[in-house]
Structures are given as C-alpha cells and as structure tokens.
Design a binder for this molecule. Sequence first.
Ligand code: ADP
Ligand code: MG
Length: 477
Amino acid sequence: MFVMSNGTQDYSLFWKESLAAIRKEISEQEYLTWFNRLTYETSKPNEIVFSVPSKFIQDQIKQRYLKTISASLQNLAGSDIDISFIIKKTSEKSLPSSETAETAVSRPKQEHFNPLPAPSSTSANSTSKLKIITNNTNPSYSFDSFVVGDNSSFAFNACLAIAKNPGTTYNPCLIYGGVGLGKTHLLQSISNYLAQNNSEIEAHYVTAETFTNEFIESVGDRKTQQFKNKYRKADILLIDDIHFLQGKSSTQEELFHTFNDLYESNRQMVFTCDRPVSELKDLTARLKSRFERGLNVDLQPPDLETRIAILKKKCQQQNYPMKDDVLTYICESINTNVRDLESSLTKLIAYSNLLNKEISLDIVREQLKNAYSLNREQSVAIETIQRVVAEYFNLSYIELRGKKRTRAVSLPRQISMYISRKITDYSTTEIGYEFGGRDHTTVMHACQRIEGLLQSDPGMENIIQKLIRSIHSYKSH
Ligand code: ADP
Ligand code: MG
C-alpha cells in the first residue's frame, strides 16, 4: 500500500489497474471518448479525486461509469472509496499523448467519434461528489448532426431558437410526431447546445417515464419536497414523451404545479409527444391546456430526398462511403422513420464487414428483403387502398388524395383512411401524410365517422368488406 506524505493512502496505482480492467470491458471508442478525458488528480482519506475538462463530461462519466469505477476501486482497495471530480479546462491539463498516438493506429475503419461539446469556461475548479446525476443526454444528438428537411424545419428552428434564447419566444413548446422522427434528438440538442455554449444556464432533460418513477419513489420515501425542489429549480425543463403521463393522475398533478412555477418565472419548458395533445387520453384538461398554451410543432416523416440526405450524413459519420444508387435504393425501401433507416445502415455495415465486401445493390436488396421490407411488403401499401377505393367510387386517385372536400370525395377519402388504419400498421400521422399531408386529427376524425356509420348503416359494413377483399386481391395481381 502506498502512503503519501500527509499519511493518506495513494490510490493512483489502484486507479491504473482499474482503468486497465475497464478498458477491457468496454469498446475502444467508449474508452477513448470518456476515459481519455478523465485524469487522476489526487487521493484524500477514502477518496479519489479526478479532473475532467467540463461539467458535461463529468455528468456523462458519472451517469455511464459511476458504478463500474466505484466497484472496480472498491474491489482493489477492499473498502468503499468516494469519488469526486474537479473541473479543469482542457488547457490546464494535457491529454496523455501516448493514448492519442495509439488511437490513430487502432481506430477501426468505420468508427465514429461523437462530437463533444467544448469545455465550459466558467466552471473551473468546482468540486462535486458523484451521486447527483443531472444531465442525461446523448452527446451525439446535436443541431449539427440533425439533417433538416421540409418535414422538420419548423421544429428544428424552434428548438434552435429556444436554445439560443430560452424562456423568451416559444414557451412552452411542444413537439409531436410519430416514433423515430427525431423528437428526442432535437430535445437533447437543446441541452447539449447549452452545455456547449452557455454554462450559466443548465437544461434538465428527463423522460416522462423517469419523471413519473422519481415522483412515485419520492412519495414512497416521503421525499416529495426534494422532488419538487429538483424540478422547480431547473433553468430549462425538457420532458420527453409526455404521452407516458396518460392515466397517471398524481404525476400529472405534480407536473401541473411544476409547470406553473416555471412558467411564472419565465423559465423555458419543452415537451415531446407521439401525437397532438388533443388526442391524449386520461390527461387532465388543465394540464392539456398548459401543454397547448405555447407553440405546438408537428414533426412529419421525411420525404425521399431528406431520407437520402440523412443517410448520406450517417454514412459520413461512420466513415463508410456508399454509392448513390445504393443509398437511393435503401431510402426508397425504408420510408417509415429515421430510426429504421439508421438501424438498416448499421446492419448493412455489419454484414459487409463480416463478408469483407463493399455494400452493393445486390447485398442491399437481399438484406432489406430479409430484414426490413418484409412487414411492409406483406402489408398493403396505402396507395393500393387509395387506388381501389377511388376506382370503386368512380373517382381519380389524385382527387382522393387531394384537397377537395365535397361529400362525393370526402366520404370515400374517409373510408380509405379507415381501411388504412384497420389493415395496415401505419400510424395516423403516417396515414395523414399519405393523404396530401393531412394532420393526424383528420385521420382520427375519419375513423370515428366511419365507425359511427358502421353502427347506423348496415350497408357500410358490406362496402368496407368488399373493398378490403378487392385491396387484397389487387395486391396479388
Ligand atoms: P423519436 O424521439 O422521435 O422517437 P429519435 O430522436 O430517437 O426519435 O430519433 C431516432 C434516431 O434517428 C436517432 O438516432 C436520431 O439521431 C436519428 N434522427 C432522427 N431524425 C434525424 C434527422 N433529421 N437527422 C439526423 N438524424 C436523425
Ligand atoms: Mg424519443
């Protein structure tokens, strides 16, 4: 055991050993991203002190590796060792140069380094103990890495404006849209932007699920005041996926008061939701009205051009060049959302690495057939439904998708929407999009109307059944 001149044990060797063990357990990319920025500083009685270049990195390391680090140190020392950080600007410490040199050689071809925000300038030498987790965001979610298309420019610009001037123009703001369209990415970009550019203001990002769980726990532990303080002192509160709050009445009540508190003191709030607030069920009217109070922005699925731009960017980030015809083919096949697009790319790259072959059009066709398009290929395209229904009612396909609202067009259109909802997996957002960019509410309303007619008009059931049969046989032509 090493003892320093003041009698304290020196934990630096334990740390060296821990670091070597951790390195074996995590990917090289993770190791270089986080542990290259963590430097052993000193030992105190039962405490080890590290330095990091910014609070952001400190929080990320705490959140990701606290348990691993402390278990590993405890294992070697045979007792608990407290861990604390000091924040030192990068200029005050130099990165170990041998590590950097090694990185250049060992980095695999398509490894991508997450862009990390610059160290904050005002937080030098503040000490804080581990245990408090504040910001909980993915550092690669930034405005820079978000590809803006017509579908997302409004939401993107609103979030950017909020990050630049929180609490002023769009407060509160709510972004809604289907799964995998970039809601979380945009929300966390606000937080990451602030961490990068303005260390005075800190955003608190939380999912509605975590918010709910923490609230329930605080009630159980009789620590509701602590919970209230935590959220009511946030400069900016970002709550992801508020549809999760449906039916959770006491959490809604708590959020209602938090909302009022923050709103009255002009503090920014941004929420995301998978549907428009009006479609949320089991949510108190007063909370609904709070969500609807500020700016509500719709995030639509990206069109083909935007999908291509997104995939191109992802390929660049992964340092994986891909031919244009292959890119286009992938984007034509996967039109659901960006998450599906991303995971198809990951799988294709893994597959090509495995075979040691460049991704060709043939590989993509084969792989996408197996992995992705299957569901959608088996299910009916909305276009087929539109064509069959239009033909049945003696309308053109264009008219059916168009803007005209006469009864002769609107009933067939509503029937098409109803059938789309009934026999495909598409969401109301996606269906609305296929009907000339209409809102989800229009689709919901259409479905309700047809359900009503099915109750009152026995002929309607026959028509719908007949249409569904034609749609299925149309598919197999
Ligand atoms: P949501 O929260 O709406 O379900 P996410 O924000 O989790 O969707 O997005 C899913 C994935 O797609 C993430 O990895 C995100 O980075 C990526 N993504 C979504 N939209 C875009 C975009 N416009 N540009 C770049 N990446 C995007
Ligand atoms: Mg999300």
